[in-house]
Design a protein around this ligand. Sequence first.
Ligand code: IPE
Ligand code: IPE
Ligand code: MG
Length: 245
Amino acid sequence: MAASKKKRTFDLNKIPAHIAIIMDGNGRWAEKRGLSRSVGHREGAKAVREIVEEAYDIGVKYLTVFAFSSENWSRPKEEVDELMRLYLEYLKNAENETSDKDVRVRIIGSRQGLSEEIVQQIQKVEQRTIDKKRMNLIIALNYGGRQDIVQAVKKIVDDVENGVIEKNMITDNVFGRKLLTEEIPDPDLLIRTSGEMRLSNFLIWQCAYTEFYFTPVLWPDFKKKHFHDAILEYQNRSRRFGGVK
Ligand code: IPE
Ligand code: IPE
Ligand code: MG
């Protein structure tokens, strides 16, 4: 069958409820072409749109994308500035692009260090989409898994000190609800592009039983068909959660 006619071969009735993506490889994509890393980030932003649309169409309930890590501030200032420009643009467009869609947009991560303009745009898009139901698009921006765990610990300590809960009431469930992901179910499938095989501080608590899928494809090249391949592989995995099949 010609590649262009390649059909979806996965089962539409068994779509992972929550897919998380580490969108990596923008810089290398650009460098390979003798272009600046910024061009790679711009191409990467286009790739996000295609995957968000497809996730929506096939019925993914939660899609979480890693846009900027707590550690990405260590990059050259001009690269960080360009990324922030792109996030602002993306958030502004998100409102229009999702206006005809049933998508709730949420941003997880620290607001500290983000510009006032970005923070306002985050509040705006979260507020405007709060009642949408079909899909949750969760953007991890200025997000770090360890930082999230630390802030959750502080909330739990506060609750214990204020007598809201007792120490022996702390379970993994109770703790999980103090994380920025709150009631969002754990990811079923985690995709990382660009060949790197690590979490880089992404959803480290939530991925305890997540299926990992690594692909050498660089993020700007990651298209619908690659997304389908990842879902198909997920559907062929055997999840046991410590039990037996
Ligand atoms: C992912 O691409 C985007 C961000 C981390 C913001 P990279 O910029 O990490 O691309 P590589 O890994 O250098 O190729
Ligand atoms: C992880 O990619 C962060 C994002 C994709 C936003 P990095 O490129 O920052 O990760 P490392 O440095 O290779 O681990
Ligand atoms: Mg990278």
